[in-house]
Design a binder for this molecule. Structure first.
Ligand code: CUA
Length: 331
């Protein structure tokens, strides 16, 4: 296949195995198509009109043959299913424990907005280091989009109202296509960009080169720092600051099981926090039945993700020691 690009480059850890499954399915399809065609051709010629063959006592059934063509393909398809499901789960489940780079993705008509945990923002371009897992937390601001990097063999819908996640590990430096793979309006075809895979050193340099804000000479803040400011600005600290009686304390809360008033238990993950900010009445925490949390009209997806980053940053802190924002922590 030299010279004819049947496949995009294999530039992620999963790419090779995805292609193997694809080759296997193609080979199986070709094999069975040829087998059926060959059988058809053989019988068409053998039993053509006028040929002198024995047509007496045609067999009505053949148990061994029927079992064989049912059971063998059954196990073959189960094997393909098992292998694909294993790979699918590996590609969806949260990262291996190695330090992953967590990037947020916001899809909107018609562009990709990305932000690094250290605060750097990008539009339609994503810079990442080679050889390090990258976890994407994605949401749409309007309609369905789909985040697709062919060279990494990954594609995941980006949905309004709910976070979807995906991870990959790039294995080669270079620049690769980034597409929206879901028809999302008249300019869907323009919703394209590129993923630039850098060496770890180049990535550190890129972060440094982009650590200053657009207008000011101020160093950009990390997502958690931006979230901490927002936490105060929106008045969340009125009830959720350490020691406050108003609402449930947030330090150490991320990732734990939460008991709700209706008897359910939910895990405090990104989607839980997002829902709790936008629809506080949907999942009321046990013990807070009579507390009322106001919503924040007009809050943007970007801001919710910053608040989540801030709340996550409180994860390891004991409840009493958590600062409500950076300035207080330093002062
Ligand atoms: Cu976004 Cu198509």
């Amino acid at each position: 296949m030299n010279g004819i690009p049947f496949f995009p480059e294999q530039a992620s850890k999963a790419a090779h195995e995805v292609d193997l499954i694809y080759y296997l399915l193609t080979a199986l399809t070709i094999f069975f198509s040829l087998a059926v065609f060959a059988g058809v051709l053989y019988f068409v010629i053998k039993y053509r009109a006028g040929s002198k063959v024995d047509r007496h006592h045609p067999p009505s059934h053949n148990m061994k043959l029927e079992l064989a063509w049912s059971v063998i393909p059954l196990f073959m398809s189960l094997a393909v299913f098992g292998w694909s499901a294993k790979l699918f789960v590996e590609m969806q489940k949260p990262i291996p424990s190695r330090d992953a780079l967590e990037v947020i993705v916001i899809g909107k008509q018609w562009m990709w907005h990305l932000q690094h945990p250290t605060g750097q923002r990008e539009n339609n371009t994503l810079h990442i280091p080679v050889g390090r897992p990258v976890k994407l937390t994605m949401i749409s601001q309007d309609v369905l989009h789909s985040f697709y990097i062919p060279a990494f063999r990954i594609k995941m819908d980006v949905i309004p109202g709910r976070y979807t996640t995906m991870w990959f590990e790039a294995t080669k430096t270079g620049t690769y296509h980034l597409f929206c793979a879901e028809f999302c309006g008249t300019k869907h075809a323009e919703m394209i960009g590129s993923v630039v895979v850098l060496t770890p050193e180049e990535y550190e340099q890129w972060l440094k080169d982009n650590q200053w804000g657009m207008q000011s000479q101020q160093r950009i803040e990390t997502m958690a720092e931006q979230g901490a400011k927002l936490f105060t600005r929106l008045g969340c600290n009125g009830c959720h600051a350490p020691g406050s009686e108003g609402g449930p304390p947030l330090a150490g809360m991320y990732g734990t099981q939460r008991a709700l008033t209706d008897g359910r238990f939910v895990t405090a993950d990104d989607n839980y926090i997002r829902d709790s900010i936008l629809e506080p009445q949907k999942m009321v925490l046990s013990g807070y039945e009579d507390k009322f949390m106001p919503t924040s009209p007009g809050i943007e997806e970007q801001q919710i993700l910053q608040l989540i980053a801030y709340i996550r940053s409180l994860k390891e802190m004991p409840a009493a020691a958590a600062p409500i924002n950076r300035n207080e922590a330093e002062g």
